[in-house]
Design a protein around this ligand. Structure first.
Ligand code: HEC
Length: 440
């Protein structure tokens, strides 16, 4: 089985609007580009605070003295992952049967204008993880029909397992502006007071926060953040201790943030995009119209949109038989209309997210494609070396950047992913773990 998520929508997204690529990533001869194999491991709740705590023993002394994880753990990734995924350490809610690590193959290239990143990994499931969550109408009420493995309804057996696979790439500038990222990698973003971590604040606590909550950013959970954005950090992290707006603006202007790319098998790749975000005081989406939006009205407890029957063979919803069917239509801004309860019947299902083929602004910088074949995903993400956007980290030939890589595989979300130790990406200088070659 082979599924290539390249559609005419992608081609128009790539070639319209003045963002034409100098090279079509699908036409690059990747056999000429060196392959770096990186073992990604399951990190459980090994947060930055855990790294610095007595529980990490000699590791904490090392981390606090500025040593890189690599000095002590390079080559140990598989062992670290096996211990944690088993639930022996740092994982209070293990997923049974989940492998502790995977091998990611990475290739990188650039030309005068663009940067290209190719990632390949064998999936745990023998099918493309190219679906996300779904709502279903049951006894007149919309309930979770499918969601990730750690969702409470999936765990109880009330809902089916369904979530998207993802390839994630995070990097900082080459000047060390984000403290410790070169030594601690993704762990600088990961804190005890965050989603699915030991000191996760409640939704009500987040909603009541004057800046993050209802009165400001309208968040109800805490995602990755940098300690530089907090006035104080303690054993629980520092989710609520935000610096003032003036201080945050100054940090942002200095480049104290991480660029984060996520090639999402359901929510971005089918529209030819990767999700472009940055980690700062929260894990923010870049400015502009992003590839997907939620399709759930929390107040009315019903979907916001349904299929336009005129564009979907007379049907406003999917049937249960279309659940996790690659041929089933995806709900997009082009084929949908506002939800109308009178058009629904019990057993109907609707996607939890709506795709947006017409992205714009900085949220539209990353082009992506993905192919699942013979039990492996291959995803390619490309971008201008320098987008000129304030929420992106520019890349330049000759430079070496600290990077972290991760993969969400087999219907998981949040921290239930695989991560790399701190790595480096070099453009043309040959000094990195991943060495991007110049295309001529
Ligand atoms: C100075 C060496 C040193 C450094 C630097 C270091 N560690 Fe450790 N790490 C250790 C030791 C020693 C242990 C085992 C502690 C124990 O026996 O419980 C450990 C344990 C761990 C574990 C738990 C799994 C296990 O098998 O016990 C994880 C996860 C881990 N380290 C990740 C990291 C990461 C990520 C970094 C960088 C942010 C890091 N370590 C930096 C030495 C180090």
């Amino acid at each position: 089985m082979k599924h290539t998520f390249i559609t005419t929508a992608i081609l128009s997204a790539v070639f319209a609007g003045g963002t034409a690529l100098a090279a079509d990533p699908a036409k690059i001869d990747w056999s000429k580009v060196p392959v770096k194999e990186i073992t990604l491991f399951y990190p459980g709740q090994s947060t930055q605070e855990w790294m610095k705590s007595a529980a990490h023993k000699a590791g904490a002394t090392g981390v606090n003295a500025g040593k890189s994880c690599n000095e002590c753990h390079a080559g140990e990734e598989k062992d670290l992952g096996d211990v944690i995924v088993s639930g022996k350490k740092l994982e209070p809610t293990p997923i049974s049967g989940k492998p502790g690590s995977i091998k990611l193959k990475v290739q990188a290239a650039y030309d005068k204008e663009n940067f290209y990143l190719r990632a390949n990994w064998p999936t745990n499931l023998k099918e493309a993880g190219a679906f996300h969550n779904y709502k279903g109408l049951k006894d007149g009420k919309w309930v979770t029909y499918g969601s990730n493995r750690t969702d409470k309804d999936v765990k109880s057996g009330a809902a089916k397992v369904s979530y998207e696979d993802r390839f994630n790439f995070m990097f900082a500038d080459s000047k060390g502006t984000v403290a410790n990222f070169a030594n601690q990698g993704c762990w600088v973003t990961c804190h005890n007071s965050m989603r699915d971590a030991p000191n996760e604040p409640t939704k009500d606590q987040v909603k009541a926060h004057p800046v993050l909550g209802d009165a400001g950013m309208k968040k109800d959970d805490i995602r990755k953040y940098l300690s530089e954005t907090r006035t104080e950090m303690n054993d629980a992290g520092g989710w609520d201790k935000l610096k003032s707006k003036e201080d945050l603006d100054a940090l942002m202007a200095k480049g104290t943030y991480l660029d984060l790319w996520q090639a999402r098998a359901y929510r971005s790749v089918p529209v030819g995009k990767a999700d472009d975000s940055y980690v700062f005081q929260w894990r923010n989406f870049d400015k502009g119209k992003k590839p997907f939006d939620g399709n759930w009205d929390g107040a009315k407890k019903e979907p916001k949109f349904m299929f336009d029957p005129a564009k979907n063979g007379g049907k406003a919803a999917l049937s249960e038989a279309q659940f996790r069917d690659l041929k089933a239509p995806k709900l997009t801004t082009d084929n949908s209309i506002p939800y109308d309860a009178s058009k629904m019947k019990d057993g109907d299902i609707l996607p939890g997210f709506i795709l947006n083929p017409a992205t714009d602004g900085s949220a539209s910088d990353l082009n992506a494609s993905g192919t699942w074949a013979n039990g492996e995903w291959t995803m390619i993400v490309s971008r201008k070396l320098d987008t000129g956007q304030k929420d992106d980290v520019a890349l330049a030939p000759g430079q070496t950047y600290p990077v972290g890589l991760a993969v969400h595989d087999d219907n998981v979300t949040t921290r239930f992913h695989y991560v790399s130790l701190p790595k480096t990406l070099s453009l043309g200088a040959g000094k990195g773990d991943i060495n991007a070659v110049e295309l001529k």
